[in-house]
Structure formats: C-alpha cells, structure tokens
Design a protein around this ligand. Structure first.
Ligand SMILES: Cc1cc2nc3c(=O)[nH]c(=O)nc-3n(C[C@H](O)[C@H](O)[C@H](O)COP(=O)(O)O)c2cc1C
Length: 190
C-alpha cells in the first residue's frame, strides 16, 4: 500500500516536512510505501473557475502550467493521502489552498475519484491559528469522501525556526500515533 504526502510549506525541509516525515516513518515501519512531494519554491495557481474539468471528465485540470496534475495523479494512485501545511495567518498556505480548490473540483468532476482513500493532515505552527488550518484540510478530506484516522491530539507541532518542532515532544508523539492509526486503518480497508 502506498501513502502520498504533500508538504505545502514555502520552506523545503522545514517543520512541516519534519512532522510529515515522523508520520511517514511510522507508516514505513508498518510496511507502507511512501512518497513526499514538497512545494517549497514552486507555485500552484488557484482554480480559475473555468468548469472545464466538469466537461472534460479526464481526471485532470486543463491548466497545465504548474504541477497540479502531477499531484492529482499521485493522489489517485495512492491508498492514503497525507496533507501538510504550516500555519500562515491562521490558515493553510496559498499553495495548499490552490491544491484543495483544483484537486477538489477535478475529483468531484470525476465521480469523487478520491473516495474512500485514507486521508489525514498535519500542521506546523509557531503559536496560534493551527486549528483553522487543520480544519481547512480536513474539510477537504471529508468532502472528498475520504476516511480519516484520528490521533491522541489534533495533529499539530509547535515551532518557528526550522527544526524547532523536534522540541515539541507531544507534537511528535501525536504524529507517531497518527502514523500508526493511519497504517491500521489502511490495513483494515485494503
Ligand atoms: C507568512 C507567514 C505567516 C505565518 N502565520 C502564522 C500564524 O498565523 N500563526 C503562527 O503561529 N505562526 C505563523 N507563522 C509561522 C509558521 O507557521 C511556523 O514558522 C512554521 O513552523 C513554519 O513551518 P515550515 O518550517 O514548514 O515552513 C507564519 C509564517 C509565515 C512565513
């Protein structure tokens, strides 16, 4: 079974990457294949509301100028999807928002093609605003009809500078538990 993880931070290998990596390590321990794509240095454009995906029904967005369709393909291919974003002004990053808009519309246009995959999300935060960011990703997973594992707390890790989340013991434990629960759920469903 395969889990695809997406890091929508503007910083490659930052705190969100560390949190995602902690979840992925647990999944690997449980025999899952994993892949992480990081969007640092890349731009994903938001939905332009052309509604062409509803006409074309070809599992892709008509806008080919960025890597959205590559992300879409990875999501379709995976059994589990793990989304990660830092908190930017108490929300997800612009890149995560763009992924949600366009993958959401394309998936919906194609019979909810991410339906019944296992989906989860994690958030890095310096101080406050993680819950709206976490909720934003979870609302997407729910709308896509994915099945979501829980953890011992909402899956967020606290830190500002790169690596600071490693000092958040409870945050790291929450990631490990999430990874274990995600692996458990994937095995039950597949
Ligand atoms: C544009 C911007 C906005 C931010 N907004 C918030 C915020 O609303 N609340 C907060 O606690 N931290 C905020 N932060 C801090 C980041 O969430 C924090 O540094 C996080 O660990 C970054 O994760 P990364 O290393 O994966 O990029 C913001 C950072 C940036 C660059």
């Amino acid at each position: 079974m395969k889990v695809f993880a997406l890091n929508a931070s503007a910083r490659k290998d930052g705190n969100t990457a560390i949190l995602l990596g902690t979840v992925l390590d647990e999944l690997k321990n449980e025999g899952m294949e994993t892949e992480l794509i990081q969007l640092g240095g890349k731009t994903i454009n938001g939905c332009r509301a052309c509604y062409k995906c509803m006409e074309n029904v070809d599992k892709h967005c008509v806008v080919k100028s960025d890597m959205l369709n590559e992300i879409m393909d990875k999501m379709v291919e995976a059994d589990g999807i793990l989304l990660g974003s830092p908190t930017y002004f108490s929300d997800v990053t612009a890149n995560m928002r763009a992924v949600i808009e366009r993958c959401g519309f394309v998936a919906r246009a194609n019979g909810y093609m991410l339906k019944r995959k296992v989906g989860a999300s994690v958030v890095a935060v310096r101080r406050a605003g993680a819950i709206p960011a976490f909720s934003g990703m979870n609302l997407f997973l729910h709308y896509m009809q994915m099945v979501m594992p829980g953890s011992s707390y909402w899956s967020l890790g606290v830190g500002r500078d790169i690596g600071e989340v490693l000092q958040d013991e409870e945050g790291l434990q929450t990631m490990k538990t999430l990874g274990q629960n995600m692996a458990w759920l994937l095995k039950k469903l597949n």
